[in-house]
Design a binder for this molecule. Structure first.
Ligand code: SAH
Length: 374
């Protein structure tokens, strides 16, 4: 098998916007709108209603193998398998923790590129954390994914297949807690979703559209997380998809954010916050500000105070993430007392704040730890 090797470590602060050109995986049903599926089915000489049937098999029954679709004529099954159901993801390794309710999967894509997804089952919901790129070009120094650079963009179907795989495991009762469904999807795996805009929007549409078009997950349960690509945030606001926007801010001042989130050298804190308020105004959705607390780097009380002043009285919520360790990084999570002081300071400004209960640290499956190494 031919394999795609990662591009190598980028220089500090170096940004990669354009993914290397690579061969694309074969077209999959999940890449297509309903109208496009009907057109493909017609090209194959079959009745358009077969598109509806295939879609229900895939999005409702989570069946991606036409051989098992026994309500289709045998001859047609083979044609559909070749034209619409290529194998896109191959599971290389599964790791579980939290008694099996947190489960990370390492996937090999058709060209050998590696990505990871994480399923997290809670009492009241199950969240799939998906990757949107193999690697990432945004080069945030505290994130393991960023250290390896950008290998390539993923396609819509490669993104959707991660959710379908999780849904299948849940439906089959493989995850402790009895048979279940995916209620939430977060684009917080590998990659910068807004740097792969078209494929990500396609994937979001497949996730939220009801069957037979898609999986029928509530748009409110879908979160797109970004370093802050300002023009793309504007585009997302105009899509009419009420998904939650998470903004990885990590510092309230340009001086520090320039180094923690290198995209800040393009779009400053004030610009990215404006884009976030515009998003909130357009979608009526509360924006989530992500802030990894890094000991003695961004966790000072004065920074909490500055952050509070910048975002108070907005439709916003702050999600503090105790920094997860990554290989080769000298940074660690904040002291508990500094974390508490940071929370208090934000609350003083009336800003809603929670500290994320990060899952999967034991299996390198927590935020910023996905490096997809075999
Ligand atoms: N590129 C997107 C989505 C992927 S990262 C983004 O940056 O938003 C998902 C979240 O994990 C982001 O908020 C990211 O900043 C955060 N993160 C990255 N590395 C981390 C680490 N080592 N510890 C805690 N959070 C981290």
């Amino acid at each position: 098998m031919s394999t795609v090797s990662p591009p190598g470590t980028p220089a500090p602060g170096q940004l990669t916007f354009v993914a290397p050109r690579r061969a694309k995986p074969a077209r999959h049903l999940a890449d297509l709108t309903m109208a496009e599926r009907r057109a493909v089915v017609a090209e194959l000489g079959e009745k358009p209603f077969r598109a509806d049937q295939l879609s229900r098999h895939y999005f409702e029954k989570l069946n991606g193998d036409p051989e098992l679709m026994t309500d289709l004529p045998a001859a047609a099954r083979e044609k559909f398998a070749a034209a619409l159901f290529p194998k896109l993801l191959t599971s290389v390794r599964e790791m579980t923790t939290d008694g099996g309710t947190t489960r990370k999967t390492l996937w090999r894509l058709f060209d050998g590129a590696l990505v990871e997804s994480v399923l997290m089952r809670y009492t009241d919901r199950t969240t799939m954390c998906v990757s949107s790129q193999a690697g990432c070009g945004m080069n945030c120094p505290f994130c393991a994914t960023g250290q390896a650079g950008l290998t390539r963009n993923m396609t819509t179907a490669e993104i959707v297949e991660q959710v379908v795989a999780g849904a299948r495991a849940l439906a089959a009762g493989e995850v402790p807690g009895g048979p279940g469904r995916v209620s939430n999807v977060v684009f917080m795996g590998m990659g910068e979703p807004l740097a792969n805009y078209k494929a990500v929007i396609g994937a979001v549409r497949r996730m939220v559209e009801p069957s037979p078009d898609g999986l029928g997950i509530s748009a409110r349960g879908v979160t797109v997380s970004t370093v802050g690509l300002v023009p793309a945030i504007g585009k997302l606001a105009a899509e009419g998809l009420p998904v939650t926007l998470a903004l990885s801010l990590h510092a309230p001042d340009d001086e520090l954010r320039d180094t923690l989130v290198p995209i800040n050298t393009r779009w400053k804190v004030a610009e990215v916050l404006d884009a976030a308020w515009n998003y909130a105004a357009t979608t009526k959705r509360r924006v989530s500000i992500e802030y990894a607390l890094i000991k003695d780097i961004n966790d000072q009380e004065w920074r909490a105070d500055l952050l509070g002043k910048l975002i108070k009285n907005k439709l916003v919520h702050v999600n503090l993430i105790p920094l997860n360790p990554t290989p080769g990084s000298k940074w660690t999570a904040s002291r508990p007392e500094d974390e508490r002081a940071f929370v208090r300071r934000l609350e003083f400004h009336g800003v809603p704040v929670t500290v994320r209960d990060t899952r999967g640290r034991e299996i390198d499956g927590a935020c910023g730890q996905l490096a997809a190494a075999e």
